[in-house]
Design a protein around this ligand. Structure first.
Ligand code: ZN
Length: 196
C-alpha cells in the first residue's frame, strides 16, 4: 500500500523516535554494564583491602606479643644485672656528693698494669677493709687472668682501661695503634666479665 506524504512523514518520525529510544536503551545498557564493572571492581578492592588489613593486624599482634616476650626477657636480664651490682651505701653516696669538698682527708686507690700475681692479695685486703679501688688493667694480662677481672667487678671495684701491651714504642706509632690498644683491652675486659 502506498502511503501519502503525511503518512510517510509520520512513519519517518516514528522510525526516528524508535531509533532514539533504542539508542537510549543501548546507552543505558552500556552504562549499566560499566556501573556493574565498577561495583565489582570496588567490592573486590574492598575485600582485598580488608584481607590485607587482617594480615597486617595479625602480623602486628604477633610482633607485639614477640616484642613483649623479648622486653620481659631483657627486663629480667637487666634486673639480674642490677642485683649483682654492688650497692652504694649511704656513706658512699655522701662521699660521692662531696667528692671535691670534703673536710676529711681522703685517698683514692688505683692499681695499674694488672691483673697480676698480687691481685688476689690486694682484693682480699680491700674486701677485708671494705674499700673500693680502681684497677687500670692491661688487656694482655686480662687475657691471662680473666677470672681476677671478674672478681674485681663482682666485688664492686672500678675497672679502667690501661691499653693492651704497655709497649710504648709500638703503642704510639700512630693514632690508630693507640685506638687499637684501647679497643683490644676493652674487648678482653668484656670477655672476662661475661664469665659466669
Ligand atoms: Zn702502666
Amino acid at each position: 500500500m502506498l502511503r501519502d506524504g503525511k503518512d510517510s512523514n509520520i512513519y519517518k518520525m516514528n522510525t526516528k523516535y524508535n531509533k532514539r529510544i533504542v539508542n537510549k536503551k543501548k546507552i543505558l545498557v552500556i552504562l549499566f554494564i560499566i556501573a556493574l564493572f565498577l561495583i565489582i571492581f570496588v567490592i573486590s578492592n574492598i575485600s582485598k583491602t580488608i584481607k590485607s588489613y587482617n594480615v597486617y593486624k595479625s602480623y602486628k599482634e604477633e610482633y607485639a606479643s614477640l616484642k613483649e616476650v623479648e622486653d620481659k626477657k631483657q627486663e629480667e636480664i637487666e634486673k639480674k644485672r642490677q642485683e649483682k651490682l654492688p650497692k652504694l651505701t649511704d656513706e658512699g653516696k655522701n662521699n660521692l656528693e662531696n667528692i671535691y669538698n670534703s673536710s676529711e682527708k681522703r685517698a683514692f686507690l688505683t692499681f695499674d698494669d694488672g691483673p697480676s700475681s698480687v691481685t688476689p692479695r690486694i682484693l682480699d685486703i680491700l674486701k677485708q677493709e671494705n674499700i673500693k679501688a680502681t684497677f687500670f688493667v692491661l688487656g694482655s694480662n686480662v687475657k691471662k687472668s680473666p677470672e681476677l677481672v671478674k672478681r674485681m667487678y663482682d666485688e664492686g671495684h672500678f675497672i679502667a682501661n690501661h691499653g693492651y701491651s704497655h709497649v710504648y714504642s709500638s703503642i704510639y706509632t700512630s693514632p690508630q695503634t693507640v685506638l687499637d690498644e684501647y679497643n683490644s683491652c676493652n674487648s678482653e675486659v668484656q670477655k672476662a666479665l661475661r664469665r659466669i
